[in-house]
Ligand binder design. Structure first.
Ligand code: UD1
Ligand code: CA
Length: 453
C-alpha cells in the first residue's frame, strides 16, 4: 500500500483584532515560538505532504516566518477577509492539484499534535468525504457547535447563528478538518455567505456533504489540544498548557526539577541526562543543556549552550550566543552575551562577559567587566587559557590577554597582555612610608583608653 498524499492549508490571514496588538496574531509567542510555528510543527511533513499557508495582504512577517519554518511551503494572500471558506479558496490552485487528503487547520490553535492530524485522516481511507475535529468545551461560547442527529454529524452552527437550544451544545468545532482531496474543491465552492455575518463559513461544508449524500464524521479530542487563541487571556492559558507539557516531557526524559511549576521552558529546549533545574528558572528559545549540568535558582537563559556538568547561577543571566564548556561555572550576578567559555572556566561573581572568548581553565575574579562597547560598535576580548583575572578589573576591548597571564585586582587593561605576563594597572598608587606602623600605634592607644568589660 502506498502512503496517501496530503495538502495541508493553514489559515493565518485573520487580523487578530481581539489581541489588541500590532503584531499579527499567528506571530504571538507561546513557549518561545510563534503560534504558527507550533501549528506548522504538527502538520504532516515529508514526501507527499504539501503545505500551504494563507496570509493577510499586509502580513509580510507571516510569510517570512512560514519560509523560515517550512521553506517548501507555498503562501497565498487572501486579499479581503471574507471568512474561513474564502480563505481556503485563496489556495484554490493548490487544492486543484488533488492530493488524496486535504487538511485545513487554523494558525491560532497552537496546541494541536501531529498524532491528531493522523487520527483525523484515518476515516478518509474508509470512504468518508469529511472528518471534523470536535471537542467538549467547558465553555462553548464563541465556538461553532456540532449538530449530531442519530449519531451522524449533520451541520455546524456558528455562535452568532445558533438558537438558544443549539448554544447549549458543548460539542464544538475545533477548526481542523480533513477532506477527501478529490472532492474538496467542488464541496468548498458551494459555500455561500447567507448568515448573520455575511461571511463564507468553512463550517457550512458539513451540511453540503450531507446534502450530497456523502459521509461526514467527528473525531473527538481534548479541549487543551484545540484551544483557539483570540485574546491575550487565551494566549496565557495556552502558555500554561504548553509549559505543563514541556515540564512533563523533560521530567520523563530524566531532568530533575525540584519545583516544576516554577520552571519555564521553550518548545525547543534540549536536555542531556541528569540535568537539575532548581526552582524559579526561565529558559527561553534556543537553549541546550548537557548531561549533569545544574541550573541554580533565578537564572535566565536564552540562545545558549551549556556543557556537561557545568554549573549556572543562582541569579545568572546567559544571553544569546553564550557557550559554556564542560565543567564551566557561572556564579551569581554574572551576565554573559556572545561569549564562549571553554571547559573549566570560572566566572563566579558579579561580572559581565560579552563578545569574548575565554580559554580553558581561566579564572575570572569578581566584578570583572569586559568593556565591549565604545558607543559605536562592539569589540572582541580574547582571554587565553589558564589565565587569572583579578577582581574588579576592566578589560577594554579590543584586547587580548595571553595564556597564563595574571591581571592584578582593580586593573583597567587597555593594551594586549602577552602570555604568562603579569599586568597591574591601577592608575597612580601612593605608598606611604611607615603607614602601617602608625596605624598600629593609634590602635594600641585607643585600646588602652577603653576599660575592659
Ligand atoms: C472558527 C470556526 C468555529 C470554530 C473555531 C475554533 C468558522 C466559520 N468558525 O471560529 O466553528 O469553533 O474557529 O477555534 O470557521 N481566517 C482567515 N481569513 C478569514 C477569516 C479567518 O485566514 O477571512 C483565519 C484566522 O486567521 C484564524 C482562523 O481562520 O486562524 C479562524 O478564524 P477566526 O476568526 O479565529 O474564527 P473563530 O471565530 O475562532
Ligand atoms: Ca479563532
Amino acid at each position: 500500500m502506498t502512503a496517501r498524499s496530503s495538502l495541508t492549508i493553514v489559515l493565518a490571514a485573520g487580523e487578530g483584532t481581539r489581541m489588541r496588538s500590532s503584531r499579527p496574531k499567528v506571530l504571538q509567542p507561546v513557549a518561545g515560538q510563534s503560534l504558527l510555528a507550533h501549528v506548522l510543527g504538527a502538520c504532516p511533513k515529508g514526501a507527499g505532504a504539501a503545505l500551504a499557508v494563507v496570509v493577510g495582504p499586509d502580513h509580510r512577517a507571516v510569510e517570512e516566518e512560514t519560509r523560515r519554518l517550512r521553506p517548501d511551503a507555498a503562501t497565498y494572500v487572501q486579499r479581503e477577509r471574507l471568512g474561513t471558506a474564502h480563505a481556503v479558496l485563496a489556495a484554490r490552485e493548490a487544492i486543484a492539484r488533488g492530493a488524496d487528503d486535504l487538511l485545513v487547520a487554523f494558525g491560532d490553535t497552537p496546541l494541536i499534535s501531529a498524532a491528531t492530524f493522523e487520527r483525523l485522516r484515518a476515516p478518509l481511507k474508509d470512504g468518508a468525504a469529511l472528518a471534523v475535529l470536535g471537542f467538549q468545551a467547558a465553555d462553548p461560547t464563541g465556538y461553532g457547535r456540532l449538530l449530531v442527529e442519530g449519531g451522524r454529524l449533520v451541520a455546524i452552527r456558528e455562535q452568532a447563528d445558533a438558537s438558544p437550544a443549539e448554544r447549549a451544545i458543548k460539542l464544538c468545532n475545533a477548526g481542523v478538518m480533513a477532506f477527501d482531496g478529490r472532492r474538496a474543491l467542488e464541496i468548498i465552492e458551494k459555500i455561500g455567505n447567507a448568515n448573520s455575518k455575511g461571511e463564507y463559513y468553512l463550517t457550512d461544508v458539513v451540511a453540503i456533504v450531507r446534502d450530497l449524500g456523502l459521509e461526514a464524521v467527528v473525531i473527538e479530542t481534548s479541549e487543551d489540544e484545540v484551544r483557539g487563541i483570540n485574546t491575550k487571556a487565551q494566549l496565557a492559558e495556552a502558555e500554561a498548557v504548553m509549559q505543563a507539557r514541556l515540564r512533563q516531557a523533560a521530567i520523563e526524559a530524566g531532568v530533575t526539577m525540584i519545583a516544576p511549576d516554577t520552571v519555564f521552558l521553550a518548545a525547543d529546549t534540549r536536555f542531556g541526562r541528569d540535568v537539575t533545574i532548581e526552582p524559579f528558572v526561565v529558559i527561553g528559545p534556543g537553549v541546550s543543556i548537557s548531561d549533569g549540568a545544574v541550573i541554580h535558582s533565578f537564572s535566565h537563559i536564552v540562545h545558549s549552550s551549556i556543557g556537561k556538568n557545568a554549573l549556572v547561577g543562582p541569579f545568572a543571566r546567559l544571553r544569546p550566543g553564550t557557550s559554556l564548556g564542560d565543567g564551566a561555572k557561572i556564579g551569581n550576578f554574572v551576565e554573559t552575551k556572545a561569549a564562549t567559555l571553554e571547559a573549566g572556566v570560572k566566572v563566579n561573581h558579579l561580572s559581565y562577559i560579552g563578545n569574548t572568548h575565554v580559554g580553558e581553565g581561566t579564572n575570572i575574579g569578581a566584578g570583572t567587566i569586559t568593556c565591549n562597547y565604545d558607543g559605536f560598535s562592539k569589540h572582541h576580548t580574547e582571554i587565553g587559557k589558564g589565565a587569572f583575572i583579578g577582581t574588579n578589573s576592566s578589560l577594554v576591548a579590543p584586547v587580548n590577554i595571553g595564556n597564563g597571564a595574571y591581571i592584578g585586582s582593580g586593573s583597567v587593561i587597555t593594551k594586549d597582555v602577552p602570555d604568562d605576563a603579569m599586568a597591574v594597572e591601577r592608575g597612580q598608587q601612593t605608598n606611604r612610608e611607615g603607614g602601617a606602623a602608625r596605624f598600629r600605634e593609634m590602635r594600641m592607644k585607643a585600646k588602652a583608653k577603653t576599660p575592659k568589660a
